[in-house]
Design a protein around this ligand. Sequence first.
Ligand SMILES: [Zn+2]
Length: 110
Amino acid sequence: MNEKIIIQEIQSLYMALNKVVLPLYRFKNCPKCGGNVMNILRISPTGKSIEYSCENCGEVLKEKIIAGKNPVKALNLQDSIKSKLHKLVSLIGDEVHKREIDITFTINRP
Ligand SMILES: [Zn+2]
C-alpha cells in the first residue's frame, strides 16, 4: 500500500477521533497560554483519562472522562491509528511522516 494513502487514512481517523473525544472529556483551554488548539497524545487503556497537549506551547494536560460516557469508540479509533502508524513506519523506515500529520483539534471556549 502506498504511504500517501496511509497518511490520508491516519489523518481521517484522527479527524474522527477528535470529534468522538470532544463530548467525552472536559477539555480546558491551555492554562499556560490560553490556547485552544490541542493534540491528543494518548487515551488510557480503559478510556478513563486522556492526555493532550497545547499546539501553541506544548503544555501537557490530562482530563478524566465525564461520568457515564462510553469511551469504546474512541479506544477503537486510537487502536486503528496506532496500527496504521506502525504500518507507516515499517513501510518508510522512519517517523518523519508521523510528524507531518495534522492531528490538532480545537476546543470550544466556555
Ligand atoms: Zn499553551
